[in-house]
Design a binder for this molecule. Structure first.
Ligand code: ADP
Ligand code: MG
Length: 495
């Protein structure tokens, strides 16, 4: 029997505080497309980075063509024919397209670069991928999808025998996706082994010869092509037990946030209707790109909706911008708190008082600021040396508490949160959950977006599941399970 093209055996990898991979096995045969699936944080990207020489595993072996190899760098992996197309685009913006294609493998004659020859070959690869860009164009001028295709061209140029694609289609347009799929099939027919990571189960069914599941950093099972069904794919991904932090739901009151006939520019064909009541915590689940952030931004008035009514505590705010929403009592804690929520170079005290600052002429009301800061630090248990500590020096969890405190100072009625615990450690997470539950008990209506199913289950009384800009289902009580959310969030329709 000939050896597998590639075999990973017993791979382990830990980061400080996280066991990202434990005893993971993966084989890839020549001419096979293996889909790797799993929830956010399951360890997919880490495993692929081990395979591509980005990370050195703490345990385990990597066999290539029956020989044990120890990869010291991505460049070495690429020389051996293992190419990783990153989830985060990694090409330098200041390179030319041809320069990026030949990076680290420039064609030379003596000391001279063979620019002409590189341009000619670059054209060949660009053509193969259907990329209509000039070899001399700067990478910076390419769209995210074009950059992704350029990375793939680079892998082909390097004669990759193992091609790894980490959620490649999330930044691709439909024609780009079609082109990519055709290419993957061509490569497979030429004997290349492909590892394909995608949350889009329709794509998985369309492309995969075999599916390998990861869950919490471990193998969760495998499906042969004939065994691939929606239920079984979801089964490979989910399966955690219910979080013990799940609470008894409050008895909700009147609707404070009401949305009718809302359409956003991102998904003009989808019409959103929803209501969130006093004392209620509603979670929005869905895959990356399902329109969750766009929905929150439209509710806040940060982006103008195409149509629809938004009513906050009886006031119509649609089309009037964030000022009107805030005046009616709605606040939004954005996903990227470093860019949108906090001034990292300023003190805790100053950040907390930003939205509600009352000036006395040109002077800041220092007494107000100080009182607010002391109260927030105590109530939210912000671990800071004092109100004057610079926010940028706090941990992620405490930064998030400052964002929360800053907006709570405005006494909102509706709280929108986008990924409330991204980058927050586990301990601070449960404190934030407890705080949000207490706020709901006091009468706040809370609507949050989260990519982590566990968080949706721990926090929400009710979950809305989005797909392609629309709410495709609502789950509460015993029906609110990881498997049900995932069944709704994914679909087996092809693209
Ligand atoms: P996936 O790609 O399946 O979403 P990842 O491999 O990115 O999952 O992450 C697996 C786990 O390892 C997660 O808990 C993640 O937070 C953690 N992790 C990933 N990369 C790092 C890193 N560079 N440093 C610390 N923790 C990390
Ligand atoms: Mg990943």
């Amino acid at each position: 029997m000939t050896a597998s093209l590639l075999a990973l055996r017993g791979i382990g990898k830990a980061f400080p505080g996280v066991r990202a991979l434990q005893d993971v096995d993966l084989t890839i045969e020549r001419g096979e497309v293996v889909a790797l699936i799993g929830e956010n944080g399951a360890g997919k990207s880490t495993l692929m980075k081990v395979l591509a020489g980005v990370y050195r595993p703490d345990a385990g072996e990597l066999w290539l063509d029956g020989a044990l190899v120890a990869l010291k760098s991505p460049a070495e992996a690429l020389r051996l024919g293992i190419a990783l197309i990153h989830q985060e685009l990694s090409l330098c913006d200041n390179l030319t397209v041809a320069g990026a294609l030949f990076l680290g493998a420039e064609l030379r004659r003596g000391p001279f670069l063979r620019r002409r020859a590189m341009d000619v070959q670059a054209r060949h690869w660009l053509l193969r991928l259907g990329l209509t860009v000039e070899p001399a164009a700067l990478v910076a001028t390419l769209s995210p999808g074009q950059k992704q295709l350029l990375e793939i061209a680079r892998a082909l140029r390097a004669k990759a025998r193992v091609l790894i694609m980490d959620e490649p289609t999330s930044s691709l347009t439909l024609p780009e996706t079609e082109r990519l799929f055709t290419l993957v099939r061509e490569l497979r027919d030429q004997g290349v082994g492909v590892v394909y990571i995608s949350h889009r189960l329709g794509e998985v069914r369309e492309l995969a010869d075999r599916v390998v599941g990861l869950r919490d950093g471990k193998n969760s099972g495998e499906l042969q092509r004939a065994e691939i069904t929606h239920e079984r794919l979801v089964g490979l991904m989910v399966g955690r037990t219910l979080s013990a932090t799940r609470r008894v739901a409050h008895v909700p009151g009147d609707a404070v946030l009401q949305v009718k006939g809302l359409r956003t520019a991102a998904f003009p064909q989808a019409v959103v209707e929803l209501a969130v009541r006093r004392c209620e915590v509603v979670g929005i689940a869905g895959l990356l790109g399902s329109g969750r952030t766009e929905l929150l931004r439209a509710l806040f008035g940060a982006d103008r909706a195409l149509a629809g009514d938004v009513t906050i505590a009886g006031k119509a705010t649609a089309g009037r911008g964030p000022g009107a929403a805030a005046a009616a009592g709605l606040v939004l804690l954005p996903e990227d708190r470093k860019q949108q929520g906090l001034v990292l170079g300023m003190s805790v005290r100053h950040n907390l008082s930003l939205p509600t600052l009352r000036g006395r002429g040109v002077l800041i009301d220092r007494a107000y600021e100080a009182a607010l800061a002391m109260r927030a630090i105590a109530e939210l248990e912000i671990a800071a040396r004092g109100p004057d500590q610079i926010v940028g020096t706090l941990s992620g969890g405490n930064q998030q508490k400052v964002v929360l405190g800053k907006w709570l100072a405005a006494n909102p009625r509706v709280l929108l949160l986008d990924e409330p615990t991204r980058g927050v450690d586990v301990g601070a997470r449960s404190e934030i959950y407890a705080r949000l539950h207490a706020l709901a008990a006091q009468g706040l209506a809370i609507l949050f977006v989260s990519s982590e199913l566990e968080e949706v289950l721990a926090l929400a009384d009710r979950a809305l599941v989005m797909r392609q800009g629309a709410i495709v289902g609502e789950l509460a009580g015993a029906a609110l399970t990881e498997a049900n959310v995932m069944m709704l969030a994914t679909s087996m329709e092809s693209r």
